[in-house]
Design a protein around this ligand. Structure first.
Ligand SMILES: [Zn+2]
Ligand SMILES: [Zn+2]
Length: 235
């Protein structure tokens, strides 16, 4: 046993991990922002702050379809990698799109870096035939999914898991409820997840069975800093 070294400073406590929810452009309600913020906090235990709204960057605009390229938004949002570890999730009411294996410009609800620092989620495709509350829950579930990608979670085959790949079906988003035990176990002891006795949404009436991914136009490359799409809705 060695004697304590006089005068040696105690190691600094690790910096808390912070995720910023960053509104981009107009059309988001305070209720949307608050609900998404609460959902991310309750799943991952991150400190979640709310950024001052910023305009959508013109450089991300895709003129032929009058929408914004999600990966350009992510580049725009990504924090300086030299700083303390921070995460950013952009939120927008505008339509966003990305390139998939079969489509050069495919409308999506969300896109995020896998094991990276930034993602983006849009309300634009959350609203079909659903109440205001239902639309907000869809948005927050996709936000939890995209933050899962940022924290290193890949797609999961378990029906009802929030990391299940929606593959273009909003019904899959609706059926998502919680992170499954395997996805929770991914974090091991590196991240203490909050207790899950209170989820921010009700359990769906029925968990839809997963279908084979024939014809899926959603791509995900399991490499660092690749982009993971989710809940792509064809258009
Ligand atoms: Zn899972
Ligand atoms: Zn995904």
């Amino acid at each position: 046993m060695s004697a304590p070294v006089a005068g040696k400073p105690a190691p600094a406590p690790p910096e808390p991990e912070v995720l910023s929810v960053q509104p981009l452009g107009d059309g988001l309600s305070d209720a949307d922002l608050a609900f998404v913020r609460n959902a991310i906090r309750s799943f991952y235990g991150l400190d979640v702050d709310l950024g001052t709204p910023r305009p959508l960057p013109a450089a991300a605009y895709y003129e032929p379809r009058h929408r914004y390229r999600a990966e350009r938004l992510i580049e725009h949002l990504a924090p300086d990698p030299r700083g303390a570890r921070r995460f950013v999730l952009g939120l927008t009411a505008s339509d966003i799109s990305t390139t998939t294996r079969s489509a050069p410009d495919w409308g999506v609800i969300g896109l995020a870096q896998l094991d990276g620092s930034a993602g983006v989620v849009s309300t634009f495709r959350c609203g079909a035939r659903v109440s205001e509350d239902g639309r907000r829950v869809r948005l927050a579930k996709v936000a939890v999914h995209e933050v899962g990608h940022i924290l290193g979670l890949e797609h999961c085959a378990t029906a009802g898991c929030l990391m299940h790949d929606a593959e273009g079906r909003i019904a899959t988003v609706d059926a998502g409820h919680d992170l499954c035990p395997a996805c929770r176990a991914h974090f091991g002891t590196t991240r203490i997840l909050p207790a899950q006795d209170v989820l921010p949404w009700p359990r769906p009436a029925s968990i839809v069975a997963s279908r084979p991914s024939v014809g899926s136009a959603v791509a995900m490359m399991p490499t660092k800093r690749s982009l993971a799409t989710s809940a792509a809705v064809s258009r």
